[in-house]
Design a protein around this ligand. Structure first.
Ligand SMILES: NC(=O)C1=CN([C@@H]2O[C@H](COP(=O)(O)OP(=O)(O)OC[C@H]3O[C@@H](n4cnc5c(N)ncnc54)[C@H](OP(=O)(O)O)[C@@H]3O)[C@@H](O)[C@H]2O)C=CC1
Ligand SMILES: O=C1O[C@H](COP(=O)(O)O)[C@@H](O)[C@H](O)[C@H]1O
Length: 494
């Protein structure tokens, strides 16, 4: 155990054998174990429909870790310790009466005497959140100091999100609820706070006086693959923009919070979401582009189009790509467009924020460089995490005329921090819940304002005959996405 280790707790994973739990949560918990960040007596209780013998548990957990954690990152001792923490309870989440089985496992004498912290992680479809909260409540497992973690998406639109929030809120107080947006756990997203508020170079040049425009890109090379039925109902706007991209936008655009705590940060992010200019049927044609991938390439592998993926529905008009131009109607950002772009089956996985600064008002180097390119701050969220500043420098030499060259100050995290391991977002977020820190989690009001903004775009799309524009897998989306910036005399940073 290290000195940063949180207090002893019971972590209960609902949906413990599902994709998210196996691929992300159990590996993240294992990394915390290895780092000495899980207290000695803490337990992990998997809750799943399937039941199996206690003697099978160790092997089951070990298999999951070995499948999803790189072999050279696994240590025999910590793995054995980790497997021993696990208990499994078979439960149908919709059967309120069966929650007594879970209560029996959790209410041990030691846990009761210690008033042990309980954390419920709902790694299940959101349609089950209400039933699970009611079930926990029925046997008194919702009582403080219990905490509950909700996965995104919280609902499908504002109405369903409110409904879920109401149901959860009937059994848990807001201070007990941790709404996950895993982008908020990424090192580089957190580094936005450091860059902005620890460096006067940036904080003094972070508004409409200095910034020309902002681009946020979250490109993925993967397609929808096995997730067609979930994804087709959602689309890229709900799946990525409503949550991850708007959270990143809020961190970039918010006013300085007075403290590094949940209330101060969430208040400032919320003000940004409230200031987003609505996109509706009157302006959606000019401000948004949607696309859907057709067959093409992922790297050098040939891949099918969205409509030819397994289980695809004929003629689906779900978008797999979105580009949009957003405005934040407040003093700081008046006249500064925020261009957002995200899609599946792009040429590479790349998430980044590019802040393009205004050009110099007068060019004294016009003889050798008639058009001075603007400075750019590029924040590489993933992969190859780092920060780049693009600037002009004089080329050394004795020539009569001064020659300039565009150069890059490149601060790659890998180089700068000597290959220090970058923790997965879920490791940080799980740890923060154990510590009881809510500042990296999303408040109900943020979720609802984000839905409100996104719902208006979807309503506008639904009133037009237009369908998403096709783009070949392996490209940067439909040509219209290029035109979205070209009409403003700008281009995507590539
Ligand atoms: N997978 C991912 O990478 C991500 C997922 N999410 C979100 O996380 C949540 C979980 O996703 P994911 O893991 O992919 O989904 P899965 O369908 O893989 O997992 C859900 C689990 O819940 C179990 N379950 C469903 N209904 C019941 C029930 N009535 N009683 C008991 N068990 C039940 C399923 O068991 P069974 O198999 O027996 O039906 C399954 O193991 C979703 O909200 C998703 O949107 C968010 C970000 C990323
Ligand atoms: O929440 C989601 O995020 C992933 C992308 O996450 P990343 O950390 O790999 O950038 C996305 O593929 C998925 O569709 C979405 O539900």
């Amino acid at each position: 155990m290290t000195k940063d280790c949180p207090k002893c707790c019971d972590m209960v994973l609902f949906g413990a054998l599902g994709d998210l739990a196996r691929r992300k949560l159990i590996p993240a918990l294992y990394q915390l174990e290895k780092a000495g960040l899980i207290a000695a007596d803490s337990r992990i209780v998997g809750v799943a429909r399937e039941s199996f013998e206690a003697s099978e548990v160790n092997q089951k957990v070990e298999d999951i870790v070995r499948q999803f954690v790189a072999a050279d990152a696994i240590e025999t001792d910590s793995l054995a310790r980790f497997c021993k923490r696990f208990h499994f309870v078979a439960l149908d989440f919709t059967d309120t009466e069966s929650y007594q089985n879970l209560a029996t496992v959790l209410n041990t004498q030691a846990a009761t005497e210690q008033k042990r912290q309980r954390i419920y992680y709902l790694a299940t479809p959101p349609a089950l959140y209400s039933a699970i909260c009611a079930g926990l409540s029925e046997v008194g497992l919702n009582a403080e100091p219990a905490r509950i973690i909700l996965e995104k998406p919280i609902g499908h639109n504002l109405a369903s999100s409110k409904e879920i929030n109401e149901h959860v809120g009937a059994h848990f107080n807001e201070s007990q609820i941790y709404r996950i947006d895993h982008y908020l756990g990424k090192e580089t997203v957190l580094n936005l706070l450091a860059l902005r508020f620890a460096n006067s170079l940036f904080s003094n040049n972070w508004d409409h006086n200095a910034v020309d425009h902002v681009q946020i890109t979250a490109a993925e090379q993967v397609g929808v693959e096995g997730r067609w039925s979930y994804y087709d109902d959602a689309g890229q706007l709900r799946d990525m923009v409503q949550n991850h991209l708007l959270q990143v936008l809020s961190l970039i655009a918010m006013e300085p919070p007075s403290r590094l705590d949940a209330e101060s940060i969430r208040d400032e992010k919320l003000k940004v979401l409230k200031s987003l200019r609505p996109i509706n049927h009157s302006n959606s044609q000019q401000l948004t582009v949607r696309g859907q991938y057709t067959s093409g390439f992922a790297g050098d592998k040939k891949v099918p189009g969205y409509l030819d993926e397994p289980n695809a529905r004929e003629n689906s008009s779900t978008e797999t790509f979105v580009a949009l131009k957003a405005h934040i109607d407040n003093w700081r950002w008046a006249g500064v467009p925020f261009y957002l772009r995200t899609g599946k089956r792009m040429p590479e996985k790349r998430s980044e924020v590019v802040i393009t600064f205004k050009k110099q008002p007068h060019n004294i180097f016009h003889e050798t460089l008639p058009d001075l390119p603007p400075n750019k701050l590029i924040i590489r969220l993933q992969p190859d995490e780092g920060v780049e500043v693009q600037m002009l420098n004089k080329i050394p030499g004795l020539g009569k005329r001064m020659q300039l060259k565009a150069t890059t100050l490149d601060l790659s995290f890998d180089e700068t921090f000597k290959k220090k391991r970058i923790a997965d977002a879920y490791e940080r977020l799980l740890l923060e819940v154990m510590h009881g820190n809510q500042y990296l989690f999303v408040h109900r009001q943020e979720v609802e304002h984000a839905w409100d903004w996104v719902d208006s775009i979807i309503a506008a799309w639904e009133t037009t005959e237009a369908t998403p524009k096709p783009y070949p897998a392996g490209s940067w989306g439909p040509v219209a996405a290029v035109s979205l910036l070209a009409q403003d005399g700008r281009e995507w940073d590539e």
